[in-house]
Structure formats: C-alpha cells, structure tokens
Design a protein around this ligand. Structure first.
Ligand code: SF4
Length: 1194
C-alpha cells in the first residue's frame, strides 16, 4: 500500500516554495529594539509629508514614515505594539531577528521560489473545480453533538469569531525602510486610515486606486500593521480565485492564470472520469448513510448511466467502467465502518503529519452538512466547490508514560476533500483543504481549525490543520495572481503602460513538459509576449510548439485574444455588485429582486432529466411585509442566469436560470436545494439570533465566460491544432469547389434534392448547387425573406440523403430552432443539444432529455452519434459587441464578412424575397438595400392582412368609438394600410424610466388596443408579432398581453428567423430632449425589426424624437412621401373603452392635461429641410456592411 500522505520534508519543501523569498517568518522573529519616543504619537494620517522613497506614480502620503522612523533604532517595538500598532506579544525569541531581506522583484522572488516538483497531470485534473454541476441533492443535516464517552473530555465546537474586515481604497503607497505604508480610505465611511505592511507583505504589489480588504483591527489612531504574525491583506478582493487554482500556484504562478484564461473541454482523461464517478458515489453514500455493497453497486450503475458521454470520450464500455469504479470504491465500506460514527473508534486513525511523535488522533464523522457546496468569499477573494462539509469528532491523546493518558474529544465542522488519484500532489491538496477551512468558517459561522483529506487509494484520512504561515503564503500567492489578473483588466486602456499580465515561464523542462497548459503557455509566450528563447531549458519545447506559426498567425491571435478580453471586462464588471451593493441598491439598478421568499404553494413541473444546472425548481414571491416594484421592471428576463443568496452572509447558495417571470412571481431552475429550515439554522449560527430567511435573486453576469471562446481561438494555433480552419479563417486560403456542372448532374439522381429544389427560383438553385459543390465553404448572402430557411432545410435533407452528416448551428437558440421546426417531418435522426429550458418547445423532441436514458455506451452512441444532423448554438461573441473598444477593434466583424470580403466568388446572392409585400419591402430597399431586393411573386407583392370577420363591426361604430373625426383604429385595420407609422406626438406618449431602463406605457396601451382590434376582427394570435428594441418594453407588453399565449413578443435579437403576417413595433423613445439612446441608432436592429412583417407593419413612436437620427429621419420622410403617416389625435388612447385592459395603467386626467401642455410645441410640422443622408454611401457603403445587415436579418 503506497504511503498516501506527504512526509514532513516534502511539506517543508512545498511551503518553502510558497514562502521562499518572501520573508523569514518561519524563523523566530526578533524585532529591532526601538524606543518609543514622543514622535510616536505623531503617527497619524494628518502628519505632514516628507516623502522619501515613494513608488513611481504614487503621491505624497499624509504619513511621513521616514520622519517617524528617524531614530527608530532606539525604539522599543514591543512597547509600541502594546499601545497602537499590534497587540503585544510575549517575545520569547532570543535569536536576533534576521536583517530585513533585500527587496527583490516579484519575478526574481518567484523564480527563486519555484523548485521542480513532480506533478501528476491526471491527479491535478481530478480537481473538483472542473466538475459538472452537482446532480445530487444537497443534504443539510442539522448538526448534532456527539455523545462524549467516559474517559474523555468533550470540547464543543466554537462559534467563529469573525475577523474584522475593512474594505478600503488605496490613496497612496510609500515604501520606507523595509515597510510599505498605505494611506487608505475606508469605502463605507470615507475615513482615512494607515496600513503598514511589514515582513513579506512589503513586497505586495499594492498600487494607488487598488481596492483592498484589511483583515484585523485598526487601532484608535486608525493604523494597522500587517505582519507575518498578525492580520491579513487581500488585494483586489473582488477577484475570486478558486482554491484549486491557488493550490497549484506554488509550482508555477503562470499555470493557474492560463487555466482561468483558456478553458479547454478536451482535457478528458480516464483518471478524471473515474475520479469524478468515485466522488459522486461517495457523496451519495454520505448523504444517504448507506454503505452496503448493493447500494454502492446500484448507484455506481446509475452514475455511469448518467455519465455515459464521458465513457464515449475515453472510449470505455459500461462493463469496464463498472469494474473500474467498483475497484476504486472498494475502500468505501471500510471507510464507513471505521469513520462514520458518533464517536471515534479505536481503528479510526486520523493522520496528522504535523503532530508530535507521541500524539495521536482518532476521527469520527458524525454528520454531513453539504456536498458540492459552492462558496464565494469576497472577504478573502477566494471561492471553491467543496466535495463535502462534515461534522467531525476528533479524539486526541498524548502518550506519556509518566502521566495517565486522557483523550481530548472535540467536535468541528470541517471540509472533507476526496482524493482519488495518486498522492504525489498531496501538498497541493493540503493547500486547497486549508483554504477551504477559511471558506467554511465564514459560511457556517464556526471555527474551523483543520480540514480533512481522504485518499481513496490508500484509505487514509489526513488532518490538515490551519496554519498561519501556510495561509499567509497562500494569500500572498493569491494577491499576486489577482494583481496579474487586474493588469489584464486594464490592458488596452493605456497601451504604453501595459505590463505583462502573465508571470514569466518557470523554464523547468521536466515540469513544463508535463504541464497540461503547455500548449497555451507557449502560444502566449510567442504571440503575446514575443519571447525569443534559444537557450533556456525549455527552448526546445518552445520551438516545437511554436515554430510552425507565421508572423501573421501571431498577430491574428494577439489581436483577437485582446478583443475577447475587452469584451470580457464588460461582462465581468457587474459581478462584484453582489457583495458590494445591498439587494435594495441592486434592485434599484434593475439587476436584483430583493426580500424574496419561497412560495410554498407552488407546484413545480418536471425537471429535465439531463439538466446539469436545473435540478430544483422554486417560485419566489416578495415577502408579505415588503412592497416592491413589479418584477418586470429591471434588466432581468426569462432565460437569464441568476444567483440566489441570503445577504449578507450566504452568497450564491444556488445558481441557475429564470424560467418564468410575472410582475409578482419569479420561477427559477437552480442547481442546489434551498431548504429554509436548514438555511435558518445556518443563519442562527452566523448571527447568533433567529431571523427570517429573506432571499435575494441576482442577475449573474458572468455565467457565459470567455474562457471557452478563447480556447476555440487558441485551438487554431496549437501545433496539433485545427490546421484546416487555420488555413481557411486565418490565412484566408481560397475555398475550393467541385465542378458545378458535374455536381448538377449527380444531384438529379438524388430524389430528395429533386423534391426540395423544385419550385426554387434561379438564385436559390444556384445557391444550392454552390453549397453542394463546396469542398471548404460556400457563403449564401440572403436578404430578409429570400428563403434562407428554405434553402438550409433543403440542403440538410439533400446532404443527409447523400449519406453525409450535418452540424446545424447559429449563435441564437431561436435561429437553430426555426430550422428544426421545418424538419419536423424528417425521416432521419436529429439531435438537438443545449439547455432544454431554452429550446423551443416544438424542437424539444430532438433533445436527449426527451429520450429514454441509455444504459449502455452503444445506446448512447446510437443517440448521439447515429443522428446525421446535430443542431446546437455555437459559442461565440454576441453579434452585438458591448465593449466599445472591442467593437472599434473589429470584434463585431463576422466570420461571414471576413470570408466574403476575401473571396467574393464564394458568395451567392439571394435577391428574390418571399416574405414582405411590396410596401414593406420598399421600406427596407430604400433604407438599407439600395433597391436590390425583389418580390419573388406577384402574390407576395400584393399580399394584405385580411380581416376574416371584417373591421370589428360593432366596436368601432359611432357611440362605441369616441373618436371625433375619423377613427384612427379603423384606419390601421384597413386592408389597404400596409405600412403605417403611428405618430404619438399629439397624444402624447412620453417614455419613462424604470431604474436605468426605459418604457412607454401609452405605447404599450396602444399596442394592446391595436392587437385586440385585430383579434376581434378575426386575425389569429399566431399571425401577430409584437416587437420593441427595449427589453423593459418587451416585459411590459408581455405582462399586458399575458393571456394571448400565441402572440410572440420579441426584441430584435430574438426575432431572428421569424416572420409574422402583422408586426407591431413600439419604438418607445418619446421625450422633449430628443434622446433616443443607442438602440434606435443601431440600423441593423431597426432593419431586423422592419423586415419581420409579411403583410402589415405598424410602427408606433414619436415622430419628433425619432427624427433626430439620420436613418430614422430618412424613414420618417419616406413615410410622409408615401402617405403612410398616421398622426394620432390627443387622447387617442382612451377613445375605445371596449378595448382597454385592466393591466394598462390609465393616465389620470391631471397627468394627461400636464402632458398635453407640451403637445403644442411638439406638434409642429417637421422641417421641410430634413437632411437627407446619402443612404447608398452613408449607410450601405457597399457590400461588406450589407453582408452584416443580411446576417442580422435572418
Ligand atoms: S508550461 Fe511551464 S511555465 Fe508554462 S504554465 Fe506550465 S509549468 Fe508554468
């Protein structure tokens, strides 16, 4: 049996790596003799500055340390500490203190600290952070105290005395006489304070403007000293670094940072798969308190069935997997017999390599608190997913022949980490476990003096006691990582000041060659850091990994990697609000629902059977005592990622998605059980009093992440990467085509082609042939309604009939599902991959969730490999790039555009459209397409929206309709009105703000009335689509029209690929300032909205407000010229009482008259001298932009 645990020399070496070059803290400290003088009292923030030795860029500090330290050699530090620097400690150290170490750069320090240590890649990969989301139920068991046996002294678990954490912003940094002195401002109170960094903390990379957490108590002068012995400093605490990543840092600081930047999904090894399965088996045993062979076997089988996809990846059969997992779980029963008990058994040895030779410990695990708990700690800037949290009873005894032996029995809440691999990386495991002790202490409100490591192969349980030295070193490494990460965040802002955002390579041949991040590391070294290396120990491997890259490849990678990072910054900036803002503050910003409780009466539907995240469904409502705004106000919508927390202590207890949203309820699908009783117990422990559990539901901005996108980019450039894609996408190699004539002949023998292509126009047929003759790619440029969906479905059917396979993908679920809905009758297999909650109900039958759970690899292969068509969304940057710098830099440039600009011959235009009648088409032709669009048939050109029951006979008659002159609603309903702009300026219909969002209640009311009028005239719900570019307006409309289930209410982004007979658009913006925001200036979105309608397009808005943009002023002018403008009279919205909805707020007479006051000034004719933008040059500017318009117009 191999020894599972590291020996003491190994541990020392590990810690030396962490600590080396930092300080002499492992040595007894002997401070210099300093005599307290009168000048000490002058240590206060207001002391005039004499400024010496400040860092470049730092400004003078209020505290002049040089002056203070004048004569410092005469001070008595011990006396001083007693008064105001640190609590006085007995100075037993007789050894003179080592002279303060010469300051070295962080690079030099790291190089010195990194010694070669064998690293087992598989063992490292078994880290819990890469696990799938938990599939099993959490099990919060109320802690019970074990009974103390006679002959023992019981020690109860202690309540955690939480360290004071002060969040500060650094105003100034000065280095003086081996001290780093920070002038800081407390973020909450704006008070000025001073932080003095001593010992190894002196080298911390703290800069002006940094946010820091100071852990410890300031003295009455507002000063705190952070030394090797007391207190902590957390730099950039909002960057939460995983404990797993941090535990790898001692070997190489660069590696965890690379893993955070580039996340590969290809790192599947048998060790990782077996490790995950054994973890899960053990977690279930612990939760269910069952350890018999039959139970283990049953659950092994279940887990294997659930994870068949992983077996496919490693090419192993179910039987082999069962054998393997069984062998690796062999020790579980023994473990339970030995360690699962109320009090320790005689053979339940708990190993502690730090214990003295005559000390021994026994362990009993009496309870399980949770498994796979995700804990975020903005106090320490850490996060982690813990295998398990247990209640442990430990009996400690000292063997002393002279004294009667007595066991000390104590009980603790502890992290329990399961390690299934080889144990060479045991020291990393210790570091990880020790960091978890911090997280648990914070989450559970109890003291956690140590953690537990269980090695399944050697069947040993190792105790990892918390140690100040080790934690300090780990936090030092964390701070360094955070500094590097922050540099990345500021990259691109000040080009000249850019610093490396990755630590340098460690240049250790043995370690680097085994490193799982080697390819990524070398790629960044070459493309981003531009390192020339012919002589280092890794020069050969560097050459091997990068010599194939041309300068153009390096430029491409660097440029796109940088653009991805810019966009990433934009996506990450909101996350810290979860702990920096109260729920109410964040709700005011529209990104949180505050004071929520679980609706116990809610009956959840069936949870999808293969959902990784959606394990539990809850309905939240506002706590009865709290009056809050409608949930429809704000940035949160159906489908958004969320976190559920109880502030301020229990952050992100569960994560998931919004499934349903109404004004009063929010239904969520989450990954963890939320048991109010158990949470209440936890809160009681944390706060010392019983209080009501109030949840907050926060929008989680980070769920997407860019690490996989970066991985997709990097895969092109690796030495064994995707060479073909590299040639085509990066090198822009000319795409090849087979002879179209020959192909055309062959296609005539394929009945599916003959059938699907019959009736196609010449342009569509040409597109089919070009696509089917492409060896690399073909680009079909189809303007709205030109039949792209028809061509794609015909192509899929033909390709499958030719015996080939198809991957159908787009960046939106709706675009993928639009095609699938047209393949409902296909006689071949289709697999739809993706989050079932987001898949269109009509396409769900293609998902695995709707199929019988496979029990063998063969069955799974049959389900996932046999279908010739696989459809999924692709991981990509959103079409609408958020970060302006990234947009400017070209991140918005689509692949379509890049390829079509380089190879126009690969593009086939589709100009005949079959959607819009000629009036609607004219609108797009004039605004965007330069008259290139044609109607595909006379029938399409002349189509109208027919009212089967006539124009609401009875409702719009005199007496029922209150319109004085002609009825505006009757005008809109008329079959001859095909495009109408409904001008609300005289009404008026002002926009309003909800937090930082905009809505327009009057427009929403008008939309409701128009919709009802159509429906009462016999138009069907599914003929109508309602759109707005504003999400808040969409929510308002969804609320008002919630009973009309078949009416689609969409943003421009979500309307891609859709069309309706009648589209009603609410433009929302209407104000005296002429503010229209960025959305309405986005001509692609506007164009997408206008081109969804087949027979009737109604656009509601303020003519005066919209006229302030170039594109829309051209649009309004066109409306005028064609006579398609309908100006509503004042109060038009109340002229049809029969069409009012209770859900629409009716404006009070007072408000109405106030609004009318400003109408006179609004209701002036538009200037005859409207500036006519040069549409052809200004907006289209030739084909490339058109191509993106077309892409946007799907
Ligand atoms: S290849 Fe070497 S330098 Fe690069 S991340 Fe891995 S261990 Fe560190």
């Amino acid at each position: 049996m191999p020894q599972a645990i590291p020996n003491i020399p190994d541990e020392d070496a590990f810690m030396k790596n962490l600590l080396s070059g930092l300080d002499s803290t492992c040595q007894p400290e002997h401070p210099p003799k300093l005599k307290r003088t009168a000048s000490c009292s002058s240590i206060a923030p207001q002391t005039p500055s004499k400024h010496t030795g400040s860092r470049p860029g730092s400004h003078s500090n209020n505290l002049d340390i040089s002056m203070l330290l004048d004569g410092a050699e005469n001070w008595d530090w011990n006396d001083m500490e007693a008064d105001f620097l640190t609590p006085k400690k007995s100075n037993s150290g007789k050894t003179p203190m080592k002279p303060p170490s010469v300051k070295r750069s962080s690079v030099a320090r790291r190089s010195a600290s990194l010694s070669a240590t064998a690293l087992d890649v598989n063992a490292l990969l078994e880290g819990a952070e890469n696990w799938d989301w938990a599939d099993m139920e959490d099990d919060f068991i109320t802690p019970k105290k074990p009974k103390a046996k006679s002959g023992t002294v019981a020690m109860p678990a202690k309540r955690h005395a939480k360290e004071t954490c002060t969040r500060c912003v650094v105003d100034d940094v000065r280095v003086d006489r081996e001290l780093q002195v920070l002038s800081v401002r407390v973020q909450s109170s704006r008070d000025s304070r001073t932080v003095i960094l001593c010992d190894d903390w002196v080298d911390a990379d703290i800069r002006k403007g940094n946010t820091i957490n100071v852990l410890g108590d300031f003295d009455s002068f507002g000063i705190i000293k952070i030394t090797s012995k007391i207190n902590f400093l957390i730099n950039h605490p909002d960057i939460l670094i995983t404990a797993t990543a941090l535990s790898n840092a001692p070997q190489c600081r660069r590696k965890p940072l690379l893993s955070a930047l580039v996340r590969s999904s290809l790192d599947f090894t048998p060790a990782l798969v077996w490790g995950n399965m054994v973890h899960e088996v053990m977690q279930i045993c612990m939760a269910e308190q069952r350890w018999d062979d039959r139970f283990i076997e049953e659950h092994t089988k279940e887990i294997i069935n659930k994870k068949l996809a992983e077996l496919v990846k490693i090419n192993v059969s179910v039987d082999d997997a069962k054998r393997e997992v069984k062998a690796r779980s062999r020790g579980l029963r023994m473990f339970s017999e030995r360690y699962i008990a109320e009090t320790p058994k005689a053979d339940a040895v708990l190993t502690n390599t730090r214990a003295a030779a005559n000390q021994s410990s026994l362990l009993a695990i009496s309870q399980l608190h949770d498994v796979e708990e995700d804990i975020w700690s903005p106090t320490y800037g850490l996060k982690g997913k813990l295998d398990a949290t247990v209640q442990a009873v430990i009996a400690e005894s000292t063997i002393d022949k002279r004294v009667k032996s007595e066991s000390l029995l104590s009980t603790h809440t502890m992290p329990f980490e399961i390690k299934t691999g080889k144990t060479v990386a045991g020291m990393e495991h210790r570091a990880q476990t020790m960091l978890y002790t911090l997280l648990i202490a914070e989450r559970y409100g109890v003291d956690v003096p140590s953690g537990l490591l269980y090695y399944t192969q050697s069947e040993e349980v190792v105790r990892v006691p918390q140690s100040r030295n080790e934690l300090r070193a780990l936090i030092g490494a964390r701070n360094e990582m955070a500094s590097y990460m922050m540099r990345r965040n500021t990259h691109g802002k000040e080009k000249d000041l850019e610093e490396p955002f990755l630590p340098p390579t460690i240049d250790d041949e043995r370690m680097c060659k085994k490193c799982y991040a080697l390819d990524t590391c070398m790629l960044f070294r070459k493309a981003v850091e531009n390192v020339v290396d012919t002589s280092s120990p890794i020069a050969d491997v560097y050459d091997l990994k990068t010599s194939h890259l041309k300068p153009s490849h390096l430029t491409f990678f660097k440029q796109w990697e940088e653009l991805i990072s810019l966009e990433e910054q934009d996506a990450t900036r909101f996350r810290k609000e979860l702990w920096c803002m109260t729920a109410q503050e964040r709700e005011d910003k529209g990104r949180c629902f505050n004071s929520m409780v679980i609706d116990a009466s809610f009956q959840p539907g069936k949870v999808p059977n293969n959902g990784k995240i959606h394990q539990y469904t809850y309905c939240f409502v506002r706590a009865s005592a709290v009056r809050g705004a409608s949930f429809l106000n704000g940035h949160m919508s159906r489908g958004d990622a969320i976190t559920i927390s109880v502030e301020p202590d229990l952050l992100a207890l569960a994560r998931g998605f919004i499934l349903e949203l109404t004004p009063e309820t929010v239904v969520v699908g989450v990954d963890h059980e939320l048991s109010v009783d158990k949470i209440q117990t936890r809160l009681e422990m944390l706060r010392g009093a019983r209080i009501a559990v109030l949840f907050r539901v926060d929008k989680d901005e980070m769920s997407g992440g860019m690490a996989r996108i970066r991985d997709n980019l990097a895969q092109l450039f690796y030495v064994e990467g995707d060479v073909r894609r590299l040639e085509l996408v990066v090198d822009l190699r000319r795409p090849l085509f087979d002879n179209e004539e020959t192909i055309a002949d062959d296609l005539q023998h394929i009945p599916e082609y003959v059938r699907t292509s019959s009736g196609m126009n010449p342009g569509q047929l040409a597109a089919m042939k070009r696509a089917l003759s492409a060896r690399d790619y073909a680009l079909i440029l189809g303007m709205p309604g030109t039949g792209k969906t028809t061509i794609i479905t015909a192509l899929i059917r033909t390709i499958v009939a030719m015996g080939k396979t198809v991957l159908l993908t787009s960046y939106t679920h709706s675009a993928v599902d639009t095609i699938l809905l047209k393949l409902q009758d296909a006689d071949f297999g289709i697999l739809r991959i993706g989050n079932v909650d987001k898949v269109h109900p009509g396409a769900r039958r293609f998902t695995l969730a709707e199929r019988r759970l496979p029990t063998t690899v063969e069955e799974l292969e049959n389900q996932i490999i046999a279908p010739p068509v696989v459809a999924t969304t692709c991981l990509t940057i959103d079409q609408y790039v958020r970060n302006p710098a990234a947009r400017k830099g070209g991140l918005e440039t689509s692949l379509f555009r890049r390829l079509s600009e380089a190879h126009p011959h690969a593009v086939i235009d589709l100009t005949y459209q079959y959607r819009m009648n000629e009036d609607i088409m004219e609108l797009s032709n004039k605004l965007i397409y330069g008259d290139r669009l044609r109607c595909g048939s006379e029938e399409v050109a002349k189509s109208t929206l027919v009212l089967p029951k006539g124009c609401m006979t009875g409702t719009l008659d005199l007496g029922v309709c209150l319109c004085e002159d002609s009825c505006w609603l009757r005008h809109l309903l008329s079959e001859s009105s095909k495009v109408v702009f409904v001008d609300t300026d005289r009404l008026p219909a002002r926009d309003s703000r909800v937090g930082d969002l905009v809505q327009n209640d009057v427009e929403a009311n008008l939309v409701y009335q128009i919709t009802e009028a159509f429906l009462r005239s016999g138009v069907q719900e599914d003929q109508i689509g309602i759109m707005s570019l504003y999400r808040q307006q969409i929510k308002l409309l969804s609320h008002i029209l919630q009973d009309r289930k078949d009416i689609e209410i969409l943003t421009a982004d979500r309307s891609q690929g859709r069309d309706k007979d009648c589209i009603i658009i609410s433009m929302v913006r209407s104000n005296d300032q002429g503010q229209i925001g960025d959305l309405l200036k986005d001509w692609r979105r506007v164009n997408v909205s206008f081109t969804r309608a087949r027979s009737k397009l109604i656009i509601i808005g303020s003519r005066k407000t919209l006229n302030s943009t170039e594109l829309l002023s051209v649009f309004l002018r066109l409306m005028d010229e064609r006579g398609w403008m309908l100006t509503l009279p004042p109060n038009a919205d109340v002229k049809h009482p029969a069409l009012q909805s209770e859900r629409c707020g009716i404006r009070s007479p007072a408000k109405r008259s106030k609004e009318n006051e400003s109408v006179a000034s609004v209701n002036e004719p538009l200037s005859k001298k409207l500036k006519t933008p040069k549409v052809e040059e200004g907006i289209l500017k030739g084909r490339p932009i058109l191509q993106d318009v077309v892409n946007g117009g799907r």
